[in-house]
Write a protein that binds this ligand. Structure first.
Ligand SMILES: Cc1cc2nc3c(=O)[nH]c(=O)nc-3n(C[C@H](O)[C@H](O)[C@H](O)COP(=O)(O)O)c2cc1C
Length: 416
């Protein structure tokens, strides 16, 4: 029997999922994974007729890149990229949160020229859109972090490199061409964390980003469901447990990782103090979601904050980061720069966050979709699309530079 063509299979799968979703049995409390699969099946990027884009230039929005990445990547790797935790409720909340804030555009302003440049710790970047740290990028494309870095460097964007990168900090720094920041999982062993910090510093990273939102692992059910549908033998590339994890992670080369764990349940403000004394790099904390913790950042001499829930991949708080942002901005009172990530997919999302007081925003999945679909040109396309959308929104709102963006451009729909 002939197998249906891939395009036909996509359409059949979508229809089947739509049928299931419409079933009265599932209508009230359908399982979350059904919603996720349905959402994935309905992602734009399938041009009429059901085919997927075949070149980066065809992507109209970043979701088109998602569809192309889903088509190209092995299921287990796409599952790792897409997953949230538990019911993926925080993942969805991150998107829904943006609709709670509306934009107040101003008219009759000369917007022929708009300047999106932003200064972060003494370096001026062409754009406030930053590549968030993401581990294991060679799981998405053979060029991995090098492709992402070349794209970011070529287009004037900052990149933050993950501890779990599959290319070394030295090589990524060279591929980018400018100063990249290094994200630290300090592990549960100070000797290892210290070695990682020293190496990043020696490679010329001006900023260390300490991720604080994963003290105890996580429950990534969507990832596990996708992995079940993958027929390949994963242990050929990476084994379970920490030694298996670091096998293809060059930042750990030469380090004795016997008995070491990636996440540390004992990470406290003491570690922050210790890191401040260990390195000359600026210290930014990633994963802050409350005003209380933002104020503690100030008390501990932290130099910057990334408001983040790890793209809905850490705890299932159910709260979007765009909703966390205002209380943190109020607590910090402009004393240190605030960045924010999780769920940014549109130029209007970027506009809202900057108007609410963020200095810059980070994206994770959108550039990883581009990477998985097309390598460096795919990452460049994701950045182009978001930049074009953001600049368009600036023009529509009558804003000619980031310094002119403030809360007067936003209606907080949660209060009206
Ligand atoms: C595949 C993947 C790997 C990630 N790896 C890391 C990591 O190693 N360190 C880290 O701090 N955050 C990591 N993150 C979280 C991102 O830095 C960022 O917080 C998140 O992706 C932003 O949400 P978004 O994907 O909705 O844009 C990862 C995210 C993804 C999707």
């Amino acid at each position: 029997m002939n197998r249906p063509r891939r395009d036909d299979r996509t359409v059949c799968r979508r229809r089947f999922l739509q049928f299931l979703a419409g079933s009265p049995l599932l209508a009230l409390s359908g399982p979350a994974w059904l919603g996720d699969l349905l959402e994935a099946a309905e992602t734009p990027g399938e041009v009429p007729g059901g085919s997927i884009i075949t070149s980066p230039g065809e992507a109209i929005n970043v979701f088109d890149l998602e569809a192309a990445a889903r088509e190209k990547l092995p299921p287990a790797h796409f599952g790792y990229l897409s997953t949230g935790v538990d019911d993926d409720a925080t993942l969805r909340a991150n998107r829904a949160g943006f609709s709670k804030f509306q934009i107040r555009p101003r008219r009759l302003v000369d917007v022929a020229n708009v300047d999106t440049s932003v200064e972060l710790f003494g370096t001026t970047w062409k754009s406030p859109i930053v590549l968030a740290p993401a581990a294991s990028q060679r799981a998405f494309h053979p060029d991995g972090e090098v492709a992402a870095a070349r794209a970011a460097g070529a287009k004037g964007h900052l990149m933050i490199l993950s501890t779990g990168a599959t290319v070394s900090v030295e090589d990524v720094r060279a591929a980018h061409g400018g100063p990249i920041w290094f994200q630290l999982y300090p592990t549960d062993t100070w000797r290892i964390g210290q070695a990682l910090v020293k190496r990043a510093e020696a490679a010329g990273c001006p900023v260390l980003v300490l991720t604080v939102d994963l003290p105890a692992g996580r429950n990534t059910e969507t990832e596990r469901r996708f992995a079940r549908t993958d027929t390949r033998q994963c242990s050929g590339c990476h084994a379970l447990g920490f030694p298996g994890y670091v096998r293809r992670k060059p930042m750990f080369d030469g380090l004795d990782v016997t008995g070491v764990g990636l996440f540390s349940p004992r990470l406290t403000w003491d570690a922050v103090r210790r890191l401040k004394h260990t390195t000359k790099m600026k210290l930014v904390l990633k994963g802050i979601e409350t005003r209380e913790d933002a104020e503690l950042c100030l008390r501990h001499g932290v130099d910057g904050i990334i408001v983040s829930n790890h793209g809905g991949r850490a705890e299932e708080s159910g709260r979007s980061t765009i909703e966390c942002l205002p209380e943190i901005v109020d607590g910090v009172q402009r004393r240190i720069p605030i960045l924010v990530d999780s769920g940014f997919r549109r130029g209007t999302d970027v506009f809202k966050a900057l108007a609410l007081g963020a200095r810059a925003i980070c994206i994770g999945r959108p550039y990883l979709w581009g990477l998985g679909a097309f390598g460096q040109p795919g990452v460049e396309r994701a950045l182009e699309i978001l930049t074009r959308e953001f600049e368009l929104m600036m023009r529509h709102a009558g804003v000619t530079s980031l310094a002119k963006l403030d809360r007067s451009f936003i209606v907080d729909g949660r209060r009206t």
